[in-house]
Design a protein around this ligand. Structure first.
Ligand SMILES: Cc1cc2nc3c(=O)[nH]c(=O)nc-3n(C[C@H](O)[C@H](O)[C@H](O)COP(=O)(O)O)c2cc1C
Length: 218
């Protein structure tokens, strides 16, 4: 599906090494191993809570790869040897995926390996929401639920529990952003059918919400 320059080169080019010369190499995209998340630093929780807010104006400045790593770990990374996560989840069934939409394409966050798996080569940021800033902010997270893993509950309950799972992840992102001086907003204003098609999601997987992350507009 994807013919693109080296995947990791794309991420690096769109992140901290944007000024470095880009070597264009036609080859299959590869998973991009994120650097280990930093486990120290940041603001005290009470400070982050004071600073938490939604932001609607973003700089187009890319996120450094280390910040992306820390952000995704804070969102829904593995925080225990059991493989469990920084956010609680319904019935101990892993339902939520996080897709990462950036200028260089769409990636699927794989928390166990703390890796980004290439998903689409296109810049679909504009299609992740109905507000103008989504097209130019460096990062939009798209939260996707595996409905097929939610057996023995109605479609309504699937949507409910997946939304709650997403809300916890979203709040982790809010607090991380508050701590790091980043801007974010959790979003339900999404053209769901269109985004589902754009992401080429298999049957029964559905988008719950999206969340923009970037630096505040100067
Ligand atoms: C379920 C949910 C959906 C939201 N959808 C949007 C949205 O589509 N666009 C947006 O700009 N903000 C959205 N928000 C953010 C809220 O508007 C925002 O949290 C609220 O106005 C309070 O502002 P604060 O986050 O700065 O405290 C949403 C928040 C939640 C919890």
């Amino acid at each position: 599906m994807i013919t693109r320059r080296q995947a990791s080169g794309g991420i690096l080019a769109s992140a901290a090494l944007a000024a470095a010369p880009t070597v264009v190499v036609a080859q299959e995209p590869k998973p991009f191993d994120l650097p280990p998340p930093r486990s120290e630093g940041g603001q005290p929780l009470t400070t982050a809570l004071k600073l938490r807010r939604s932001t609607h104006e973003y700089s187009d400045r890319p996120l450094p790869v280390q910040v992306l790593s820390d952000l995704l770990w804070a969102a829904f990374g593995v925080n225990r040897p059991s493989g469990d996560r920084t956010a609680p989840y319904w019935r101990h069934i892993m339902v939520m995926d996080i897709y990462v939409a950036m200028a260089d394409g769409v990636w699927l966050y794989e928390p166990k390996a703390h890796t980004l798996l290439p998903h689409l080569k296109d810049d679909i940021r504009a299609q992740t929401g109905l507000q103008d800033f989504v097209a130019t902010a460096p990062l939009n997270l798209v939260y996707v639920a595996h409905g097929e893993r939610m057996t023995e509950v109605s479609a309504e309950e699937r949507r409910l529990y997946a939304s709650v799972d997403t809300g916890f992840i979203g709040q982790n992102v809010y607090l991380f952003c508050a701590s790091e001086g980043l801007a974010t907003v959790f979003r339900g204003a999404v053209d769901y059918p269109k985004l589902t098609r754009t992401l080429q999601l298999p049957d029964q997987q559905f988008v719950t919400f999206a969340q923009t992350v970037g630096y505040p507009h100067a």
